[in-house]
Each structure stands twice: as structure tokens, then as C-alpha cells.
Design a protein around this ligand. Sequence first.
Ligand SMILES: *Cc1c(COP(=O)(O)O)cnc(C)c1O
Length: 398
Amino acid sequence: MKTKRFRTRAVHSGQRPDPLTGAHATPIYQTSTFAYGSFDRGARLFAGEETGFLYSRIGNPTTRSFEEKLADLEGAEDAVAFASGMAAVSALALTLLRPGDEVVFIGPLYGGTEGFFLDVLARFGVTITDATGYESLEAALSPATRMIYVETPSNPTLRITDLAEVARIGRARGILTVADNTFATPYLTRPLEHGIDLVLHSATKYLGGHGDAVGGILAGPKEIVDQVRAEGLRHVGGSLGPLESYLFLRGMKTLPLRMEAHCDGAEAVAAYLKAHPLVRRVHYPGLPEHPNHAVAARQMRRFGGMVSFELEGGARAARAFLDSLELFLQAVSLGDVESLATHPASTTHQLLPPDVLERQGVTDGLVRLSIGIEDPEDLIADLEQALARVEQVLERAG
Ligand SMILES: *Cc1c(COP(=O)(O)O)cnc(C)c1O
């Protein structure tokens, strides 16, 4: 499949008709265990002298198809799937880090990841450093740094990290680099092509794309993926179920088509919001005035389906806006075919101290939109009526 183009690979990679029945759709192997048939074969399988499925915590044929498809789309040697994005993050860290090691990240990260690093990993003697407090990534590194962890575009203000630059810095010092590619997907950005070592996803978002399954996946060199499978999956146990694996396989077949539609919608919405008098600021990497637009143009095929913006009138305006939306659902998560809207300051970022919120640009008037695949005209009409409502509320207050 490696010589084929992206859309072809999204459909075909990792899948073949079922050898037993010829079934064209990948069967959901809904089984916990696999009969190994004989005393001797059991012993060989457990010794690793023969490959085969043993027990679904360690591996399952439907899950294996999902892993092969994602590995191919990211241009990785191999991948290992997990029960959630956070299970992938924690398995990676528990496998590769030791007490005394340091993780340097470029914040802000997804709240769960930052929480896991600071609240859990730190308890096991791993030092966690946010490089955004330094003037450069290099200045934040120390002899103990084992891993550099980045996320691009970031949540919720869609800052872009230069992956080639991160990879160059990591390589020069033998530090492992990891990129969370959930917001971009391999259709828009392939971190390994920029020299990053490992790529991670919350499959819950765009890979699945339909808001009906939770899962995660890690891809990279076979040697590291094997190690994470043997320890972080086998011994920690955050394994993805076969039904979810099937849903991700199915979702990924249309990933390129959905991403084009998400990008079409997000571009139209960003342009509309930018021209609206009640909108103070729009965060979208596709806008020329976005601080990282040039990097985004270099490492992304298009600019993604997430848009955030700051309303005049703070929390009062944000409440009126969100409660007036008719098509957009108020919900966390992202990457679904349905459009979603959230107010980060009162939900996902509620517990962060004011100075961190300020640094991350999470103001009271900030709204985050995950643009679905609906007709952009209908989405804009919904935003328009909700903004008209904000205007009434502000006038009344004002
Ligand atoms: C949602 C998300 C995660 C966590 O994934 P879950 O599947 O919810 O565990 C990690 N990183 C990013 C960027 C996310 O959006």
C-alpha cells in the first residue's frame, strides 16, 4: 500500500477479506481468548517462537487491522491501540520513563495529558517541565530529559508547533520526541515525516469521526512499539475492544473526505467570524494573521476543523451565545461529523489557575468550535442567529 495515495490507503490499508469466510468487512472478533489447539503450540506462542493471537488484552485480529491501517497512514513501522487516548499516553510513559527522567513539553497540552504528567508521573519521580515558560525549547532541556512531548494544533487556541524544529533538537541530543497528532490527523500532518519519533492519537476524535467510540493509538518504530505493547499494554491493560476497533477502521476509510469537509467548514466559519463586530479575535491557523500561520502552511495540508474565538462581553456573552446555538451541540470532544461548541474557561479548563489561563489565552469570552461536516452555510446561519442574541443581551446590559 505504501506506493498508493492517501485516499486509497485509507480505504484499503490493514484490511483484506477474511481468510476463513471471504467476508469483505473486517469481522468483529468478539472473543477474549483464542484456542491454541495443542500443548506444544501453546508453549511456542507464549515463548514468542510463533506469532498468533492468545488473549485479547494482548492482541485481537480486529484491533490488529486498526493498528495496521493507522501505522500505514502515519508512515510508521507499527502501531499499538489502546482503550483511550489517555491509556496510550500513560502506557507510553510507564514503558519508557524511569525515576529521575525528565519530560519536557510545549504547553498547553490536552488537559488530561497535562494532568497525568503533573499529578501522576511526577509522583513516580519523573520531573515535568513546561518549555513555554522558557525562551526556547532548548533552554528547557537538561541532561535528565528523556522525552519531548508536543501537541499541534494545541487546545483550545490552536497554536502550531514546528515539528521539524522539535525533531532536530531531540535528535541532536538523543531525546525521544512524541507528537500528539489528534487535532491534525495523518491526512493533514504526518509528524514522522518531519523527524518526530512517535505519534499518538485520541482515536475518539477524527479517526473515529462519528462520536461513537473511545480509543487511542501510538505509532512509530517497531522496536519501541513492541516494547510499549509488551509492557504498557500487556502489563498495564488499557486494551481497546474489538467493536471499537471495528468502528475506528470503518471511520478511517472516510477520514480524507471528512477532513476536507471539516476544513471547508472551518475556513468559512473563521472568515465569517473574523468580520463580525462582536468577535474580538479568531484563532485559526489558516488565517494569515495567525502567529504560526507560516509553520502551519509548511507542515499541514490544510488547516483543520477546529476554530476558537473571543467574544466581546466575556462570560455573559459566551453564555448567551452557546445557549442560543441550535445546530451546534454544547459538548466537549471534537472531530465528530456533528458540529460541537464549548466554553473552555467554565468546562475543560475550569480548574486551571488564572495566570495559566491568561498565558494560554483562555479568556472568559473564548468559545471553541469543532466544525462538523454539515453545509457551512447552515453552520454560519446558526452562528449568526446566536450572535444576534448576544447583541441583544449586551445591549440590555449595557
Ligand atoms: C481527547 C484528547 C486526548 C485524550 O483522549 P481520550 O480518548 O479522551 O482518552 C488526548 N489528546 C488530545 C489532543 C485530545 O483531544
